[in-house]
Ligand binder design. Structure first.
Ligand SMILES: NC(=O)c1ccc[n+]([C@@H]2O[C@H](COP(=O)([O-])OP(=O)(O)OC[C@H]3O[C@@H](n4cnc5c(N)ncnc54)[C@H](OP(=O)(O)O)[C@@H]3O)[C@@H](O)[C@H]2O)c1
Length: 318
């Protein structure tokens, strides 16, 4: 790469429309920043919320979305040249240009070294589902051995890792999916159940905890299956961001609704998530990943929006 070289970037020009693939100059290195040749970048629900202009933190346009990526250091005062890094945080893809580009200039603190040889798609995908699954199971729901735990969206990225983490904690896990095609994608550690068939009978009686990654009607149905003094950890809202409770029923049910927020818990679960990266790379844990080129962004977005995608969706920029 020489100064003035061109590089591909997906540029968002208008909220509500998809970013356009354009050629633009490679960003000029500057102090305090690391220039990264991106190899893979995640397409996550958070990124779609930004593209839609439907998130609490939004960039000035035009902007390059993409809150998480992985690539090789080209220039940096802090990180070794040639090192593989995950880039996220520090407002990437939110307040400043993100990872949906061949090159990204990121604050040094937004780059974290990952072991050489790690699959870049896995390196940019694991942290959010692994950290969220760990936080939901251990920090928020406080799952204990022998408990019965119901996980919704159990074939999704967060849901499938949540199933595995809860099973490792010694829980009996029931994994709920919205469509029959996903039943086979629920990790073997769980009993798979279709959301439309959710009932006390189908799940074998009351559960101690629900970890919900879907929201909407699935959450409402799952709530009715929790024993008194049980817990519901709320992770996501792919199927609906609004939820209402009848206060009389809620008090009678005596079930705690507990939010999970990886942004505030990222630090406390970082070491556990990093350990899970090793286990994912070794095949001891699984996280399905769908890959596509940046020219197929529209298709990737559609699969994610409709819920057809299985696991993480990643742009292959290599
Ligand atoms: N709280 C936090 O800190 C935090 C951290 C990470 C992620 N999240 C959120 O957690 C949620 C799950 O993330 P993820 O990465 O696991 O997503 P994912 O892999 O896409 O899984 C989400 C699941 O939701 C269901 N779904 C998706 N789109 C849908 C639609 N349009 N209508 C109905 N159901 C739909 C699908 O399950 P079925 O096909 O089985 O219905 C899908 O497997 C997202 O809302 C994400 O923003 C929150």
């Amino acid at each position: 790469m020489t100064s003035g070289s061109l590089s591909r970037a997906l540029v968002l020009e208008e909220f509500g429309a998809l970013p356009r693939l354009v050629s633009r100059p490679v960003p000029e290195p500057r102090p305090g920043h690391t220039l990264v040749r991106m190899l893979a970048a995640q397409v996550a629900h958070l990124d779609l919320n930004v593209v839609d202009g439907a998130f609490g933190i939004l960039p000035d346009l035009p902007a390059v979305p993409g809150t998480t990526g992985c690539g090789v250091v080209l220039a940096s005062d802090t990180h070794p040249e040639g090192a593989l890094v995950r880039v996220d945080g520090k407002g990437l893809g939110l307040r400043r240009d993100g990872c949906w580009a061949d090159h990204a200039l990121v604050p040094d603190a937004a780059a974290t070294l990952v072991p050489d040889g790690t699959d870049p798609a896995l390196a940019c995908s694991f942290f959010s589902p692994a950290g969220t699954a760990w936080a939901a199971v251990h920090s928020v729901a406080g799952v204990r051995a022998g408990e019965r735990v119901l996980v919704t969206g159990a074939a999704g990225a967060v849901g499938s890792l949540t199933v595995q983490v809860a099973a490792r904690a010694g829980a009996e896990v029931i994994g709920v999916v919205g469509r029959a095609a996903k039943l086979d994608h629920v990790p073997a550690a769980a009993k798979a159940v279709l959301a439309a068939e959710l009932s006390a009978e189908a799940v074998g009686g009351p559960v101690d905890a629900v970890i919900d990654t879907v929201g909407g009607p699935v959450l409402r149905d799952a709530l009715g299956l929790v024993r008194p003094r049980g817990r519901v950890a709320l992770v996501g809202y792919t199927a609906g961001r609004e939820f209402s409770v009848d206060l009389a029923d809620f008090l009678l049910a005596d079930v705690s609704l507990l939010p999970v927020n990886l942004m505030t818990r990222g630090r406390e679960v970082a070491a556990d998530a990093e350990r899970m990266l090793g286990e994912l790379a070794a095949g001891e844990l699984t996280l399905p990943i769908e890959r596509c080129g940046p020219d197929r962004l529209a298709e990737a977005v559609e699969r994610l929006r409709t819920g057809e995608a299985v696991g993480r969706v990643v742009l292959d920029l290599a």
